[in-house]
Design a protein around this ligand. Structure first.
Ligand SMILES: O=C(O)c1ccccc1N[C@@H]1O[C@H](COP(=O)(O)O)[C@@H](O)[C@H]1O
Length: 211
């Protein structure tokens, strides 16, 4: 099975170049000021200029207003990853305002009841991103994982991706249990919060290629 990858939270030219060189399918930029990975639209634009067309560029947001989405989109994004409490109605409104942009809705998962929100986004989001529920300041990017067995046999209402606490050592098990065809990583390729490591990026992408 070919598993696609998203490397998230990049903020330097070197790490973007490494992710591209080792075959990332998606690269993510965080537009959330409380995050140690936060970038401005201007910085994202500079980084996105070095990314080829075949690699999708996702912006990560937490309950953004349209003004922020607009400014970030101008940097060259192809998709929005919405990681806050965005309702189905809010997603519908974002889709109407930005019809060409792919929309991923992140869901915080801690138990099987959390999956009940998933069908609400059918026909609205392009993809669901299952991530672990966190209790901290950040709703993602905490390296926290959830019980992957919750996704076993689950009938997904939409295309989806797996995230939350993934790394080069656990990715084979995560994919074997969940059947994920797209995986998303941030802190698993860092040495400390916000500091990406080029070797870890390369190792993760190579580990996925071997699956
Ligand atoms: O990375 C962040 O700082 C972040 C901030 C706000 C919302 C989401 C964020 N990151 C996303 O969280 C998941 C899981 O990350 P990790 O691999 O567990 O560190 C991933 O999609 C990041 O894009």
């Amino acid at each position: 099975m070919s598993v696609r990858t998203k490397i998230c939270g990049l903020s330097t030219e070197e790490t973007v170049a490494t992710a591209v060189r080792y075959g990332a399918d998606y690269i993510g930029f965080v537009f959330f000021e409380k995050s140690p990975r936060s970038v401005t639209p201007e910085k994202a634009a500079m980084l996105i200029r070095q990314i080829p067309d075949h690699v999708q560029k996702m912006g990560v947001f937490v309950d953004p207003d349209n003004n922020l989405l607009e400014r970030a989109l101008a940097s060259g994004l192809t998709g929005f990853q919405l990681h806050g409490h965005e309702t189905a109605e809010r997603i519908a409104s974002i889709r109407e305002t930005f019809p060409k942009v792919k929309i991923w809705k992140a869901l915080s998962i801690a138990n099987s009841q959390d999956l009940a929100q998933a069908p609400h986004y059918r026909g609205l989001a392009d993809r669901l991103l299952y991530d672990a529920r966190t209790d901290g300041v950040l709703p993602g990017g905490m390296g926290r994982r959830f019980d992957w067995r919750l996704l076993k046999e689950y009938k997904h209402p939409l295309p989806w991706a797996l995230s939350g606490g993934l790394d080069a050592n656990n990715i084979a098990q995560a994919v074997a249990i969940t059947g994920a065809e797209l995986v998303d990583i941030s802190s698993g390729v860092e040495t400390s919060p916000g500091i990406k490591d080029m070797d870890k990026i390369a190792q993760f992408l190579q580990a996925v290629r071997l699956l």
